[in-house]
Design a protein around this ligand. Structure first.
Ligand SMILES: Nc1nc2c(c(=O)[nH]1)N[C@H]1C(S)=C(S)[C@@H](COP(=O)(O)O)O[C@H]1N2
Ligand SMILES: [Mo]
Length: 169
């Protein structure tokens, strides 16, 4: 599985990222504000639940660590849910987001993310199956309890750790 098939076309000028839920600083960024944040490159492998992997990806963007410093989650925030412009959602524990290889990426292999791969901005969470890496990122919500996203309500695993083979619940 790759995506829901809609592949929304979001011009950089129309793109916005909003944050809600249990944070001290619920930001709303446009493209220019997002691109003005600290920049990080991160190399990682990714693993799709349908058994393919793509090794040695170089992602560039805002690291999760820097992002979390800015939005400042409240102590009771334990889960995150990503929303895409295509209506997709996916959930993960905050400790998987808060890893040094997780980021909000605008580039892949040194080039702007193509629409097909989630441009302008996608989440990249290498420690979980690739369905957790939401494309066309629009909105991030911080929660005190875990809520299933699109695939998770359809029988996929709430965590989805590829090293534990957590495909289905
Ligand atoms: N917004 C959104 N993000 C998504 C999906 C989707 O349908 N919508 N599919 C997921 C799945 S199942 C996979 S395997 C990867 C595919 O990313 P790629 O197209 O860059 O290979 O995106 C993930 N992120
Ligand atoms: Mo997937």
């Amino acid at each position: 599985m790759l995506d829901l098939g809609t592949r929304p076309l979001i011009a950089e000028d129309d793109w916005q990222l909003t944050v809600a839920g249990l944070v001290d600083n619920p930001i709303r960024w446009d493209w220019r504000q997002f691109m003005a944040q600290p920049q990080t490159d991160s190399n990682s492998d990714i693993h799709c639940v349908t058994a393919w992997s793509r090794l040695e990806n170089r992602w560039s963007g805002l690291s999760s660590r820097d992002f979390l410093k800015i939005v400042s989650p409240k102590p009771e925030a334990r889960f995150v849910i990503f929303h895409g412009y295509d209506g997709y959602t996916t959930n993960l524990p905050i400790d998987r987001f808060d890893r040094d290889d997780s980021l909000l990426a605008h580039s892949w292999q040194g080039k702007p993310l193509e629409r097909e791969h989630g441009g302008p901005v996608r989440a990249v969470i290498p420690s979980l199956y690739f369905w957790k890496s939401a494309k066309w990122l629009r909105h991030i919500v911080f929660l005190d309890s875990d809520r299933p996203g699109y695939w998770e309500t359809r029988g996929y695993h709430m965590l989805g750790d590829p090293w534990k083979g957590q495909r289905y619940e």
